[in-house]
Design a protein around this ligand. Structure first.
Ligand SMILES: Nc1ncnc2c1ncn2[C@@H]1O[C@H](COP(=O)(O)OP(=O)(O)OP(=O)(O)O)[C@@H](O)[C@H]1O
Ligand SMILES: [Mg+2]
Length: 260
């Protein structure tokens, strides 16, 4: 991740204090269906914000907008103080936005390090031969830093558990994100112990200064790891709260629209 001093030094004072992500008045409709009415949010460096809401509330649509898969119908996306618009997902990746999904987009029969560099492989020499050694070394360093417990960066992905694979996906996002990591239900398919490990990795990511926006249906998880929560109900942003200043009941009431 390029959350390095050099990146901070290069920034102007204004952009240095700007949050990695700022959304202003995001609106999205699919023909006559309004998926998101009006959404505002800032995610700061070293902060985890949870995005919650019932099925169909608009959470994934929002993640897809921030990751360049969908264009917003209206509204603005700002990254580190600069307004951006994404042509597509690869454009968003180029601008430093990485996403971790529940379905991992990893390649089963390849080693961990190839998955880390999928589509962005390191090469060497005039013939552009894959630099497997460099990829394996960099992967191992990151896996060790984030304390993702896998046998080795050279292990084949299909030999890893679901939690270990999700750890790899988060490592990959961390490696390539310049400051913002989006996660859409990263632990939905995992058991309790594996979820706990993945949550540890997410907390490590925060301690490295990343801004994390995570969609989760798991209210306990939201309270365990997030700093703030923003609630969507059928496309309407109901509110954004600091977890320290709210309760399970209040968040559930915001999600359902029923008073607690
Ligand atoms: N490509 C699309 N075309 C038409 N409608 C869409 C499209 N994508 C999403 N929608 C609609 O937008 C609304 C929000 O969907 P979205 O997938 O964002 O919900 P979600 O909050 O992620 O739900 P879940 O918790 O089930 O994942 C839904 O009504 C959905 O049918
Ligand atoms: Mg969804």
């Amino acid at each position: 991740m390029t959350l390095s001093p050099s990146a901070a030094e290069a920034a102007t004072p204004e952009s240095a204090s700007a949050p990695p992500l700022r959304l202003k008045g995001i609106h999205k409709n699919f023909g006559g269906v309004v998926a998101i009415k009006h959404f505002d949010l800032e995610v700061r460096a070293g902060e985890i914000v949870a995005l919650v809401g019932d099925n169909g509330a608009g959470k994934s649509t929002l993640v897809k907008i921030i990751s360049g898969l969908y264009q917003p119908s209206d509204g603005e996306i700002w990254l580190n103080g600069e307004q951006v618009s994404f042509r597509d997902a690869s454009d968003a990746r180029t601008k430093g936005v990485e996403v971790v999904y529940q379905d991992l987009a990893l390649v089963e029969d390849q080693p961990v390090y190839m998955n880390m560099f999928l589509g962005r492989e390191l090469t060497k020499g005039p013939l552009g031969i894959l630099d497997r050694k460099a990829m394996a070394t960099q992967t191992q360093e990151l896996v060790d830093t984030l304390d993702v417990r896998i046998p080795s960066a050279k292990a084949t992905l299909s030999d890893l558990s679901g939690g270990q694979r999700q750890g790899v996906a988060i490592c990959r996002a961390t490696h390539w994100a310049s400051s913002l990591v989006l996660m859409d239900e990263p632990t939905a398919a995992l058991g309790v112990a594996e979820t706990a490990k993945v949550e540890e990795v997410i907390l490590k990511l925060r301690s490295r200064g990343a801004a994390v926006l995570i969609v989760s249906h798991n209210m306990d998880q939201v309270f365990r790891i997030a700093d703030r929560v923003s609630v969507l109900r059928r496309g309407t942003q109901v509110g954004t709260k600091r977890l320290a200043e709210t309760s399970h009941n209040e968040v559930v009431a915001m999600i359902t629209g029923l008073s607690s």
